[in-house]
Design a protein around this ligand. Structure first.
Ligand code: FAD
Ligand code: NAP
Length: 582
């Protein structure tokens, strides 16, 4: 039996307790980290701001929320039994099912007894004398831990733009990323949706099916590809399960960490007729793999123009009102912002009660008591949905006071953009780790695989420190500088770095413009992490051990080794190989 209810006694507080590790967050990252720490025989406490496990899937309960990487791949791979036991019902599972899976994992591995829910970590400070972290929460916990592991999520700090007049609005305002657990009934209401990213695109068709009137406020038009979601047949599931390890291995060898057919041929080498056929076939397969129609789509603007043109023609073919269709046609690079995957999104604009308002040139002016005013026109609304996204990658770090050596605050260190070594650690903050931190593939890979690879690396690292009796490990500044430079350099070869997306922090005014995830591809990155470890944690300084930096026994990290052409490691070679990263 799987339950959604926490079983720890949340009235208990940890005051003065000491753990080997504190983990912040109980999404997939925090859950798996806890499992591995226990496997090492270490004591661990997990603090989670939400009332249950699942992270993203606990918070994002908006209508239509579902994964856009196929469920058979968007799932943990560390346990064959788990793979065999769990049955996904659809190609892209809906949010309640993914949350049920998270709860099933928590039950199966008995995770909840070490998690404190409804508890937000507010501060973490490194005590240089004691060589440990002092951690505080909003519920009065105050604990020490040798290791502090941030599993806070890349897309967990909601972005609520400070629109003028918010407090005047008489109706409810929802954010897709903090959706009420009891659901929302929009029947008969005039609803406004702000935003047209993935969350909006998934929810708009369902909100439209209930609302009396729906007004969508669009700042940037979005490319989206049909999901063609469908139930998974037992025969299909059985076929995958019969050789699940093979699928997982194929996925790990891909730049995205998930497997789909892609065509390495450059788009411009094909004739227009061939390209049309290829795009149509890829469109009919649907979803993120559409970007794999050709190998150079994210590297060559002329190639990209061909897929963008195809996508715009699809929009014009679906949306009946020509003016609305033109507004819905993006004019930026295809796939530059995160590609969306939808079910009936563009078709929704053919409904008579759905209206699109362009706020690209004239932004939302203000909320009034009964609506939203743009350019002197008031749109009457009973309730508003902010599908305005997240302070991505670093937002949840910004909300914790994190202090390292010599009183250095992480906020100050990252003011001009996050700086990490491998997205796993940052100089000046010994024994602080960041699962899917900035500078790692994270959001450019299938995230559960990215999480597992990080956690396995960290478990090997922490196990090694324990074995050699070391007190601390810390990234060194020169290696960190080189890595940051490499992450930047690689991003320049991709068209992805050219637009104002959340990948570069541009969705939120005032954030520094830095391409935050590592775009060099998952296997290349994994190779680098493995090398760093087998070279005795090259680029880290290990303190307090008799034989620092000796080569560790690699245990869990071993399973991430994939055959890799070493040539693709340099940015230029990556460009030459034209490896699409969705
Ligand atoms: P999260 O799931 O974000 O969990 C982090 C947890 O940390 C949260 O529960 C949060 O409450 C907690 N936390 C943060 N700060 C604190 C604090 N100070 N104190 C205590 N707790 C704290 N990725 C894919 O690969 N495929 C998909 O199809 C996909 N779909 C997505 C759909 C949506 C709607 C969204 C928003 C994201 C999606 N993602 C997808 C990305 C998704 O975030 C990851 O796949 C994955 O779930 C992240 O897990 P995580 O544990 O790293 O982070
Ligand atoms: P998002 O992609 O950042 O979209 C936010 C939307 O709100 C954008 O259209 C943005 O416009 C708009 N916006 C923000 N501030 C605004 C303002 N002040 N005025 C008007 N419009 C404003 O956020 P998201 O849709 O929540 O998705 C975030 C990420 O989560 C996705 O990219 C994806 O990685 C993941 N996700 C995945 C799925 C899935 O299909 N599985 C579903 C949801 C989310 P601009 O584009 O102009 O900034």
């Amino acid at each position: 039996m799987t339950s959604d209810a926490p079983t720890t006694d949340n009235s208990l507080r940890d005051v003065g307790a000491t753990f080997d590790a504190v983990v912040v967050g109980a999404g997939f990252a925090g859950m798996y980290m806890l499992h591995r720490l226990r496997g090492l025989g270490l004591t661990a406490r997990v603090y989670e701001a939400g009332g249950g496990v699942g992270g993203t899937w606990y918070w994002n309960r908006y209508p239509g929320a579902r994964c856009d990487i196929e469920s058979m791949q968007y799932s943990f791979s560390f346990s064959d039994e788990l793979d065999q036991q769990w049955n996904w019902s659809e190609k892209y599972a809906p949010q309640p099912e993914i949350l049920a899976y998270a709860n099933h994992v928590a039950d199966r591995f008995d995770l909840r007894r070490d998690i404190r829910f409804d508890t937000r970590v507010t501060a973490a400070a490194f005590d240089e004398q004691a060589k440990c972290w002092r951690i505080e929460t909003d519920r009065g916990d105050s604990v020490s831990a040798r290791f502090c592991i941030m599993a806070v999520g890349c897309l967990s700090a909601t972005n609520r733009p400070p629109f003028a007049g918010l407090e005047d609005f008489q109706g409810p305002i929802y954010h897709t990323g903090e959706w009420p657990h009891e659901g929302v009934d929009f029947t008969g209401l005039r609803v406004g949706v702000i935003g047209t990213g993935s969350s909006a695109i998934q929810s708009i068709p369902l909100i439209a099916s209930q609302a009396a009137a729906l007004t969508v406020f669009q700042r940037t038009a979005t490319y989206t590809v049909p999901a063609w979601n469908e139930p998974l047949t037992p025969a299909y599931r059985d076929a995958v399960k019969a050789d699940y390890p093979a699928l997982r291995a194929k996925a790990r060898a891909r730049p995205t960490g998930f497997y789909f057919p892609f065509n390495m041929k450059p788009a411009l080498e094909a004739t227009p007729e061939e390209r049309e056929r290829q795009y149509e076939e890829a469109w009919q397969r649907g979803g993120l793999p559409f970007l794999g129609a050709y190998g150079d789509l994210l590297f060559d603007k002329d190639a990209n123009d061909t897929i963008a043109d195809f996508a715009r023609r699809k929009i014009r073919g679906i949306v009946k009102d020509p003016a609305t269709a033109e507004l819905l046609c993006p004019d930026n690079v295809f796939g530059c912002k995160r590609l969306c995957v939808d079910t009936g999104y563009f078709e929704t604009y053919n409904l008579p009660h759905v209206k699109l308002v362009d706020v690209s040139k004239t932004p939302i002016g203000r909320f009034t008591p009964h609506g939203i005013a743009v350019d002197g026109v008031e749109y009457p609304l009973d309730s508003v949905v902010c599908a305005t996204g997240f302070a991505a990658m670093t937002g949840s770090f910004d909300r914790i006071r994190i202090t390292g050596r010599n009183g250095l605050s992480l906020a100050d260190k990252w003011r001009a953009g996050p700086r990490t070594y491998l997205g796993l650690a940052t100089a000046g903050f010994p024994n602080l780790f960041t699962i899917t931190g900035p500078g790692s593939p994270s959001v450019l890979a299938s995230m559960i695989q990215a999480i597992e690879q990080h956690v396995d690396w960290l478990a090997d690292c922490i196990g090694h420190l324990r074995d050699i009796g070391a007190a601390t490990i810390e990234a060194t500044a020169p290696y960190e500088d080189d890595w940051v430079e490499h992450v930047n350099e690689v991003s320049q070869v991709s068209l992805r770095s050219t637009c104002s997306s959340w990948y570069v922090g541009a969705n939120i005014p005032g954030r520094p413009r830095v391409f935050m995830p590592y775009i060099g591809g998952f296997p290349i990155y994994v190779q680098k992490c493995n090398e760093v470890m087998t070279n005795g944690f090259e680029g880290f300084v290990i303190d307090g051990a008799t034989m620092p930096n000796e080569a560790p026994r690699v245990r869990l990290t071993e399973r991430w080794r994939v055959p890799l052409d070493i040539e693709v490691i340099s940015p230029a070679a990556i460009a030459a190989r034209r490896v699409p990263v969705v």
